[in-house]
Ligand binder design. Sequence first.
Ligand SMILES: *Cc1c(COP(=O)(O)O)cnc(C)c1O
Length: 480
Amino acid sequence: MKAISKADLYRRLPSVDELVRHGQLSRLVSSEGQTAVTDAVRVVLGRLREEIAAGRLEADGVDLALSGLAQAVEREARQALSYSLRSVINATGVILHTNLGRAALSAAALDHIREVSSAYSNLEFDIATGERGKRDVHVDRLFGKLFADLNVGAGVPARANEPSISTIVVNNNAAAVLLTLNTLAEGGEAIVSRGELVEIGGSFRIPDVMSKSHAVLREVGTTNRTRLADYENAVTEKTRLLLRVHRSNFQITGFTEEPRLDDLVELARKRNIPLIEDLGSGALIDLRSFGVSGEPGVLDSLRAGVDIVTYSGDKLLGGPQAGILSGRSDLIARMRANSLFRALRVDKLTYAALEATLMAYVKGDHDAIPALRMMRLSAEEIGARAERIAERVQLSKLSVEVMDGESVIGGGAAPSAVLATRLLAISHKDLSTDEVAARLRGSDPPIVARVEEGHVLLDLRTVFPEQDEALVKAFQVLGG
Ligand SMILES: *Cc1c(COP(=O)(O)O)cnc(C)c1O
């Protein structure tokens, strides 16, 4: 029998036009639109032509492909029209995973976003007077409550004879630091310890932000030791502020020294220059009972007399991405008057999510905030869930064990804090650990696990209980 030539095989393929008008695809055209279906048809036919050109398809293969053409087009169209940004299951145990969107929002935050953004809102409208309002009021009010309540609760008197505290919000903490430096130190000097010239997540480096803000970085001390006298000796008439930066993602141990915050406050007062603290993670409550120590709290710094603190909305605060500036009202007013503030401001979605998150703090309902709830889970609770899953997946090719391990906070917060947990360790008869991890990522929704020392590890601390079922399903597919 004479082999069929490639030209003959090409001729068997329908034209794009013919296919789009094909009865089976008309339903798809009406649901997804003519353009999307035409594009999908082009892709599918193009793939077939490539296969023929490469000699990978004979007559039988072409006929088989043609019989499934409509389905292939449908699959292609659905794939092309699906969202790129999608929900994943975070089984890494890293609570504030920067690559996975840091903090998950509370149900109340999502409800509030929907409520105020699916219709109009009073974002910048004073309902009582009918006049123009300010968008900051919606969260400044709650920050005011939090700062006042916690002061009283801790038995510390309100800051008598001191300027009031206000709060404004920008796009992220990097923006908050930029705005602070530009507002208060443009054209002048900002003093920072050499031990605090940090880099956070690649593109945020204190010296770079400093130069973008047009402030001149005045480094003092050494990497491991900086004394009060170092700051004191560096203050000149050019000094505009003292900046303290939290070493969020690393630790310095050994022969180290840094001035106490109180001493820096006193120096700043004496020389009449503001003390700024870039806190980063923004803990609004004491997290020691959650097993997280060594993270400076926003309130501790304000109480100590720091003039402005900057922190992220989506680290330990557990809300939306945002940069928050809290501190002396007169300085905050200058920040707000800076035209950079207009460029860095956030929209109603962020205010809605932040307002709802802060409301949970005001009510003391910390478990409503997913990041805090996850921190609080005990190894026993996590272990019990892990055991239940392990019992349900007795499969020939997949072995599932439960073992001790550690979760981390992540997201450039609390680098030394580890929380005891119980891990699901899985291994496969025929697949390597990397292949198993890749298969898990290929599940729907994708499951992101940790690969460590020859194990694929899943930490249920960061898996929502309603997602456990999806893990079981993925294991069954993997091991069946
Ligand atoms: C995380 C962090 C930043 C950057 O905050 P983003 O909200 O990611 O912009 C800046 N400074 C410190 C100390 C941080 O920990």
